[in-house]
Design a protein around this ligand. Sequence first.
Ligand code: PLP
Length: 404
Amino acid sequence: MAGKPGGNSDWQMETKAVHAGEFVDPATRASSPNLVMSVTFAPERLTGFSARDEQGYEGFIYGRVGSPTVAQLQAKLAALEGAEAALCYASGVAAAHALICGRLSRGDHLIIPDANYVGIAELARDTLPRFGIEVSYVDTSLPEEVEAAIRPTTRMLWLETPANPTMKLCDIALLSRLAHERGVRDVAVDSTYASPISTRPLDLGADFVIHSLTKYIGGHGDAMGGAVIGRSSDLEALNLEATVHFGGVLSPFNAWLILRGAATLPIRMRAHEKAALEVAQFLEGHPAVSRVFYPGLPSHPQHELARRQMRNFSGMLTFQTKESGLAVAQRMVERLEIIHYAVSLGHHRSLIYWIGTDDIQASTFRHSGDQLRRYRNFAGDGVFRLSVGIESSCDLIADLGRSL
Ligand code: PLP
């Protein structure tokens, strides 16, 4: 069951983050959302046994088809993205899988960035072709390359902006227009790095937004989740097939944690942006650092697009060191006191990880010669991905300084 927008569409984001999808419980008058763990519900009238028979039934029947705490989170997410509906899944990758495999069939063609989040890049490269879905890898920061890749069978354009770990942006409005004009049915945007506080892809013409809720929206590194957000009619069809049959639903407990995290998303994003800009400026001026990619810095190659498309530059940045990244990473493991040397991102605590180019080209970005060269030109022997948390930037700068 897709969540309804919930709340007043005129509310500001800060108010939506707190109140959308939430209500005072009519039975107990509880002010905070209930955690409803029940997987089955006693319907008030006879219904059929298949989820298809439950269409049009307003209540809940079985947890894989819909459940109350998850529905409250779905309503909040839809409100934050200015969408009709949202569906939640067990992880960001489960959401991506549901959307791609729920919408595409054998013979359909998908365009995906040549460098994006590794889990989804590997799903596209290793799994989709086994099911007859053709995939092209394109530098989506270059509209002419996207245009050249479109075929009569292209059904979906997948965008990720800013992209993990390249920090490349793509112009959602321009590419959505271009793709739709050329007959591409679906434009899907992985907006995990940006969060709805920064960018609302549906307002710019995209058809679907996906989020890893594990990152900024949950925000505390204690609950995995994912979401697909878009039109009600599309999501109802997706729920029947991708949710009910693939089965990767979000646990109500995680939904409850993520609901609580989402309430503070606007203020956390402001804190992430402030600290990230200060850390990025420090790194840019540091003699041991060769390059910094942060959309909020004028040196970012797409800073102008970032100013147009992002209301908040977020807390993610990528940098390279002059010395071998591997040696610096080893010192970080030994010396960091505040920042955790760990994967993931978007949590309240800062996280850093080194992404070696040889490794990632062997495991994930296994492209043709030109694309391999382009990635190596960008990354050298590797890059550091830093997710700046909401700690004091002075403390983070001192912590990084000890390893650089
Ligand atoms: N999309 C992006 C941009 C990510 O960075 C990640 C994870 O790092 C995902 C999707 C996948 O999310 P999850 O780990 O919740 O499956």
